[in-house]
Structures are given as structure tokens and as C-alpha cells.
Ligand binder design. Structure first.
Ligand code: CP
Length: 324
């Protein structure tokens, strides 16, 4: 079946989802990111791999980490970066998404970074670019609805590989609001493709998609059972903005049952790492005593995100590979 993310040579042309991407491409992105981390460790601030290219950040939903790290990453690759202010753009006057894209393509856009509340919006743009014959313009999904957040999934994989080295020896737990989480979906696909033998999801029944087991995960409704012996704990934010009706009794009761506190974390392996994509709700899904502890790698995740986003943009639109 045709994968809209790959060109006819099987190379990455757009990054829309981790689902369906071969292990070789995930590894290529992680290895390229590692080379950018080395460049950065040598205090090299910029590389010329996207010089003369224009990256448009189109964020139709709020963001702190993703938008900013894409901007930093594009600037480090020497691209011109345009952050479209959606609230002040002609979207507010009724211009359609695809008319906006046509106008930005006419301004010589080379790469769109798109966050949208509607699942499938980045795919829609990709199909439009194909129809108008603009294979030279690339799309990166920066989070669409409940569907996917592939660069978050990839930076999470980079973080796990950095601290744990070998995916094939790990037990990983994903905890919280899986139902509404594009991050969880991207994580599960990435962990599966990279060979993690045991992926657990821990959540109340109301926050799990139906038939989630079909994704190849083990389901737990009890934190204490689910966390026993895990190497990696990946916490999720409660996505209250996507909840319809009361799926939870109260945030205090949620914290008691599913919040990561030091006593619950003590059931994981002693060297387990704790991750969170942010933004965190302290005292709801995670205790500050855990979030600020030596086991938390939440801020390194953000730093690795710059290198991972550099890697994705370089592979799509630049001269693949780090600076000499
Ligand atoms: N993790 C994440 O996507 O954070 P932002 O919403 O701040 O971009």
C-alpha cells in the first residue's frame, strides 16, 4: 500500500505519523539527531544544511515546547523561519487551510510544520501538495488532534536510547490519558517498531481506547501492578480540552489512583527513568517530588527535541547529515 510519507524510492518525504514507518527510517532519524548532539557539544551553533530554505511554523493550537524547538532547530540549520500568527492571519477572516497553503507556497515555502486540532490536517496538506505537483515542499506533523505527534514520539525514543541503550531489553509503561493522547499513539508505534518486548498501558477504563490491546500493549488498571519492574515510565497529561463529559471523578481522586508519586515509582526498577511530554499538571498526573527528582528526564527530553527536529528537517529538506 502507498505510504504518503515516503517517496517512490522509499525515502522520507513528509513526517505525518510513526505508524507505518520502517525501523530503518526511525534509526536514521535517531542517528542523525545524535550527530547533531555531537555538533552542539562542540559548541558549533549553526550548520548550513538548510541555508536558503524557508520553514513555516503553522500552529493552529497552542504550544510551548514543539513550536519553540522547531524554531530553534530550523535556525540552527540556517533556514529562514516564519512563525505564522494564526490569530492575526487571514484564517480569522475565513480563508481555508489549503488557500493559506497555496499562498505560502507562492512565497517559496520549502517546509511546513503543522499543529492542528483536527486529526488529518497535515495529511490533507500533503495530499494537496501532491495534487498541485509540489513534491519539493515537505510537511511535518507537529501534533494533529488525537492522531499523532511523531516528533514527540521520536524525541522520546531518543531519550530512552540515550539512557537505556538497548530497546530490546526493556519494559516500558505509558500511564494516563491514552484515549485522547496523540503522544501515546506515536510512542506505542515507535516502541513497537524499535523492538521493545513489553509495552504496558496503565489507565482507568474511561481513558483507554476500545480494543487498545490490538496495538500490542498489556493493559493495567492498577498503577501498583503496572509499574512493577519497569525500566521506563512515560506519563501523559490529562487532555481535559479533548474530554467530553465527566470521565473522571475528580483530579484529586485521579492523582490518588494514577498520579506518579514516590511510593508508586518505588515499584519500578531502581534505575527507572520518568518521562513526560509536557506540559505537566503537577499534583494531577505527577507529584513534584518525582518531577523534580534525579529519575526524571523531562527537561533532557526537551533538549533532545531540538536535535531530533533538526534531524527530521535535514532529512526532509536539507543535505542529510551533520556538519563536518
Ligand atoms: N509536548 C508538547 O507537544 O508540548 P507543547 O504542547 O508545549 O508543544
Amino acid at each position: 500500500m502507498h505510504n504518503p510519507q515516503l517517496n517512490k524510492n522509499g525515502e522520507l518525504a513528509h513526517l505525518l505519523s510513526i505508524e507505518g514507518l520502517p525501523k530503518g527510517i526511525l534509526t536514521q532519524i535517531l542517528d542523525t539527531a545524535a550527530s547533531f548532539m555531537e555538533v552542539s557539544a562542540r559548541d558549533v551553533k549553526k550548520v548550513p544544511l538548510l541555508r536558503g530554505k524557508s520553514v513555516f511554523n503553522l500552529f493552529f493550537e497552542n504550544s510551548t515546547r514543539t513550536r519553540t524547538t522547531f524554531e530553534i532547530a530550523a535556525k540552527r540549520l540556517s533556514a529562514d523561519v516564519i512563525n505564522l500568527d494564526i490569530n492575526k492571519s487571514s484564517t480569522a477572516k475565513g480563508e481555508t487551510l489549503l488557500d493559506t497553503i497555496d499562498n505560502l507556497v507562492a512565497m517559496h515555502a520549502n517546509l511546513f510544520v503543522v499543529r492542528h486540532a483536527s486529526s488529518g490536517a497535515p495529511f490533507l496538506i500533503t495530499e494537496h501538495l501532491r495534487r498541485i505537483g509540489r513534491d519539493d515542499v515537505h510537511v511535518v506533523n507537529a501534533g494533529d488532534g488525537r492522531h499523532a505527534h511523531p516528533t514527540q514520539g521520536l524525541l522520546d525514543m531518543y531519550t530512552i536510547r540515550h539512557y537505556k541503550k538497548d530497546f530490546t531489553q526493556l519494559t516500558v509503561a505509558i500511564v494516563g490519558d491514552v484515549l485522547h493522547s496523540r503522544v501515546a499513539r506515536s510512542q506505542i508505534h515507535a516502541l513497537t517498531t524499535l523492538g521493545v518486548p513489553e509495552i504496558r498501558v496503565i489507565a482507568p477504563k474511561t481513558l483507554l481506547p476500545t480494543a487498545v490491546e490490538r496495538l500490542g500493549v498489556r493493559v493495567f488498571h492498577d498503577m501498583k501492578e503496572g509499574l512493577r519492574g519497569v525500566d521506563v515510565v512515560m506519563m501523559l497529561r490529562l487532555q481535559s480540552e479533548r474530554m467530553e463529559g465527566a470521565l473522571l471523578p475528580s483530579s484529586q481522586e485521579y492523582f490518588k489512583a494514577f498520579g506518579l508519586s514516590p511510593d508508586k515509582l518505588a515499584l519500578a526498577k531502581p534505575d527507572a527513568i520518568v518521562m513526560h511530554p509536557g506540559p505537566m499538571n503537577r499534583g494531577v498526573e505527577i507529584d513534584s517530588a518525582v518531577a523534580d527528582s534525579g529519575q526524571a528526564v523531562i527537561l533532557p527530553q526537551v533538549t533532545f527535541g531540538i536535535a531530533v527536529r533538526m534531524a527530521v528537517m535535514d532529512i526532509l529538506a536539507g543535505t542529510q547529515g551533520a556538519a563536518e
